[in-house]
Design a protein around this ligand. Structure first.
Ligand code: NFE
Length: 503
């Protein structure tokens, strides 16, 4: 039977999943990006120094990653040396954004796939937030409305966590996390000027001059976020994992992994990073080669040629293309499908032994859960890898604040060259993000973005091989084919952002 789930809720943008189910097993899956945007077309002919501002408008969740990838690409194109303060403030803005995003992804976008909201009806305590939630859910259920207690209910049928105290605790953290996310965003805004679209991230550094007040305010906010990560977020992930151990196996993608590396230690664009870059193909790691990326469009709604390299990319929309089923392109690395995102970031670093803290945390949590590193490629693996990333990033950004020198410059001084080209790569929360810029006559001649959700939610490629999410869905057993709570859990573990994917 054919079952289309669309739009899938609790994600950013418009994604549908078209499945074929035989004997309760998904035998085919199509990841369908439902909209066109065209930022690369908008950028052509504009002032290059607008690029890091315009590309932030691709998304309100991960804008800083776009600004930073654009800045790196322009620094590469203009051959700039960035002062240490500039790079550190980029890291502080981007690091805090990752922390916000991981909490949003778990509590608001994924936790209710596992947590039983109706447990709140059994709450007998006196905490005002929980009393309010209990009374509201009760009144909504008694109201006769067609959809009472939205956005908590209705929900898909399936098994949810059974421990009442755990469920109620997680619901409390769901609400608390909103305040903690606000703190992370305030921290970004101290150096970014505002949230979500920073005004200060610029090729050559940061236009903010840091002072002691900025540093101490940032530290105070991030310490609170860090405490929540350790006290609430990690235990909640482990509680979900203990209740649903089968999800260490469910949702495995069937290709390689790619990470561009995150948070450089030094001011040069090739500085070592807190999370190392690399491509993990057929079990072995190699350095990233941007020239090995090609984007197929056999099943994408574009009439431009298929299989083009990033610097050759073009975008001719063709909404009626007969073979196509998605507005998302299909990027492939050395011809292979790869997953990007938290599991790729951690596995690529772990396999290289780059960051001892990452190795220690992976080994510790894998030991607690009784799994191996290979299980990080799974629904629970993606959630755990975000939590491990959060621990590592919170410590790193706090340490970075100690390295700011308020008396030193934060921006390179330069004249825009008449021409040049460059790549800029970073890790957005959802994975590997690449920007490419070519400048001619002081204008943008060509701009390309290859974006995390484009990799993960790609349609099939020119060889008919599925994208990462499609491959993770195919083979999955679904108890109720018409509803597929299992597919929703898999989709949410990738944390798709379709606004980014189609950009
Ligand atoms: Ni719109 Fe984004 C992240 C980027 S995902 S959220 O993280 O780049 O494609």
């Amino acid at each position: 039977m054919k079952v289309d789930i669309g739009p899938v809720t609790r994600l950013e943008g418009h994604l549908s999943i078209h499945t074929t189910v035989e004997d309760n097993i998904i035998t085919d899956a199509r990841s369908v990006g439902e909209m066109f945007r065209g930022f690369e077309v908008i950028l052509k002919g504009r002032d290059p120094l607008d690029a890091q501002q315009i590309t932030q408008r691709i998304c309100g969740v991960c804008p800083y990653a776009h600004a930073i990838a654009s800045s790196y690409a322009q620094e590469n194109a203009y051959n700039l040396k960035v002062p240490a303060n500039g790079r550190i403030m980029h890291n502080l803005i981007q690091g805090a954004n990752h922390l916000y995003d991981y909490l949003l992804q778990f509590y608001q976008l994924s936790a209710l796939d596992f947590i039983d909201v109706t447990a709140i009806l059994q709450y007998t305590g006196s905490e005002p937030d929980l009393v309010r939630l209990r009374d509201w859910v009760k009144a909504e259920l008694a109201s006769g409305k067609p959809f009472p207690a939205a956005p908590f209910l209705p929900r898909l049928s399936g098994k949810y966590l059974e421990d009442t105290d755990l469920n109620i605790g997680a619901l409390k953290h769901y609400m608390e996390s909103l305040e903690v996310q606000k703190k992370a965003n305030k921290a970004s805004a101290i150096f970014g000027g505002k949230f979500p679209h920073a005004t200060t991230i610029f090729p050559g550094g940061c236009t903010q001059d840091p002072n002691i007040d900025h540093i101490s305010s940032y530290q105070s906010l991030i310490r609170d976020v860090k405490e929540f990560i350790h006290q609430k977020y990690i235990p909640d992930i482990l509680a979900v994992a203990a209740g649903f151990p089968e999800y260490w196996e469910i949702g495995q993608s069937k290709g390689g992994f790619l990470s561009f590396g995150l948070l450089p230690f030094g001011p040069e664009s090739d500085s070592a990073r807190l999370f190392a870059p690399g491509a993990l193909l057929n079990g072995s790691i190699s350095p990233v080669d941007f020239e090995a990326i090609k984007e197929d469009v056999k099943y994408s709604r574009y009439s431009s040629p298929s299989g083009l390299k990033v610097r050759e990319g073009t975008l001719t929309p063709d909404p009626h293309k007969a073979s196509a089923y998605s507005w998302v392109k299909a990027p492939r690395y050395k011809g292979q499908m790869v997953e990007v995102g938290p599991s790729a970031r951690i596995l690529v670093d772990y396999m290289q032994g780059n960051n001892p803290t990452i190795k220690k945390l992976v080994d510790k949590f894998a030991g607690l859960a009784g799994i191996g590193a290979a299980n990080l490629n799974s629904v629970l693996g993606r959630h755990l890898c975000r939590a491990i990333s959060a621990v590592v990033i919170a410590d790193f950004v706090l340490a970075e604040t100690e390295r700011i020198d308020p008396s030193a410059p934060s921006m390179a001084v330069y004249d825009l060259p008449e021409s040049g080209e460059g790549f800029g790569a970073t890790e957005a929360s959802r994975g590997a993000l690449l920007h490419y810029i070519k400048v001619k006559d002081y204008k943008i001649d060509h701009y390309e973005c290859v974006v995390p959700t484009t990799w993960n939610c790609s349609p099939k490629d020119d060889q008919d091989r599925p994208g990462a999410l499609e491959s993770a869905l195919i083979g999955t057993r679904v108890e109720t084919p018409e509803e597929q709570i299992e597919s929703n859990r898999i989709v949410h573990s990738f944390d798709p952002c379709l606004a980014c994917a189609v950009h």
